[in-house]
Design a protein around this ligand. Structure first.
Ligand SMILES: Cc1cc2nc3c(=O)[nH]c(=O)nc-3n(C[C@H](O)[C@H](O)[C@H](O)COP(=O)(O)OP(=O)(O)OC[C@H]3O[C@@H](n4cnc5c(N)ncnc54)[C@H](O)[C@@H]3O)c2cc1C
Length: 257
């Protein structure tokens, strides 16, 4: 029997030009201290878009209200009609709680594909900077780079085992710098900036993708501009913001200060 998504999911998907489906949790595995892998069964071809796309899932917050949270697609299996999300679980929030408790057989409303950032096919090297929330998108994007090309990852992590890796096409040059957060605040960009300082830009055309904490990414973007990267060669998507819940539709609060 095919389950029908909530009316609100169907209406929102229509407004967004996306699709709404009920998906079933197929597998749920803690990969590291902060990252949980949730595999959802559902029409991957319809929901998962291209490398860089994300899906919105509907979860319940602690007050019993239905809200949405967005997660990048880590991988899609079109033959088996399932797709994989990597969800951070090291904090308290409705998205993280849903992932921690997700069990095979659970159902969830999913809207997808979402997102506008895709791989810059014209770039020779691709620089991925952010935190654990960016890993799914970083790796799916990098796995879509055609060899020869270069992928550089600078990712700040909370625990040594959050340094999750992936397999890439033969002939792809891959550099990974995992920066230990130590006792720094989550909106302190010092760790990522030091990782960035250790990396010399190759001479040819590059593109940077910044996914992670709102305030941190702002500082990283300025650092990249200072180092001469063009504005158009920097794609930024804030995934969350320190001290503030994401809004009910899944976006972080971008108001100042
Ligand atoms: C386009 C897009 C793609 C995303 N892709 C992914 C993804 O692939 N994987 C992923 O894990 N997340 C991803 N996110 C981020 C995820 O949707 C947010 O982290 C979300 O806010 C978590 O929701 P929550 O309900 O657990 O916490 P919220 O209710 O948003 O926040 C609760 C509290 O936890 C804090 N908090 C939120 N996230 C973190 C964190 N990561 N570390 C420490 N503290 C945090 C907040 O500051 C707040 O104080 C994405 C976000 C967007 C917009």
């Amino acid at each position: 029997m095919t389950l029908k998504p909530n009316e609100s999911s169907i209406e929102l998907a229509e407004r967004l030009g996306a699709m709404a489906r009920v998906c079933e949790v197929v597998q749920s595995t803690q990969l590291s201290a902060s990252v949980r892998e949730v595999v959802l069964g559902g029409p991957a071809t319809v929901l998962t878009g291209v490398a860089g796309s994300d899906v919105m899932i509907q979860v319940e917050n602690s007050a019993g209200k239905l809200v949405r949270r967005r997660y990048s697609v880590r991988a899609a299996d079109h033959d088996l009609d399932r797709f994989t999300l990597w969800i951070t679980t090291g904090h308290d929030g409705p998205g993280s709680a849903w992932a921690r408790h997700a069990s095979p057989g659970d159902h969830v409303d999913v809207i997808g594909p979402r997102g506008k950032i895709t791989l810059d096919e014209a770039a020779d090297w691709h620089l991925f900077v952010g935190d654990s929330t960016g890993l799914a998108a970083f790796y799916r994007l990098a796995q879509s780079i055609e060899a020869p090309g270069r992928a550089i990852f600078i990712v700040e992590i909370d625990h040594p085992d959050d340094a999750l890796t992936a397999d890439f096409a033969e002939g792809l040059g891959v550099t990974g710098i995992f920066v230990d957060r130590q006792s720094r605040l989550r909106n302190d960009a010092a760790g990522l900036l030091s990782g960035l300082a250790a990396f010399a830009f190759p001479p040819d055309v590059g593109h940077a993708y910044l996914f992670g904490e709102f305030t941190t990414l702002k500082a990283v973007r300025f650092a990249l501009l200072d180092r001469g990267l063009d504005e158009g060669a920097i794609s930024v998507k804030a995934h969350w913001r320190t001290g503030r819940d994401n809004a009910d539709h899944g976006e972080p609060d971008k108001s100042e200060p």
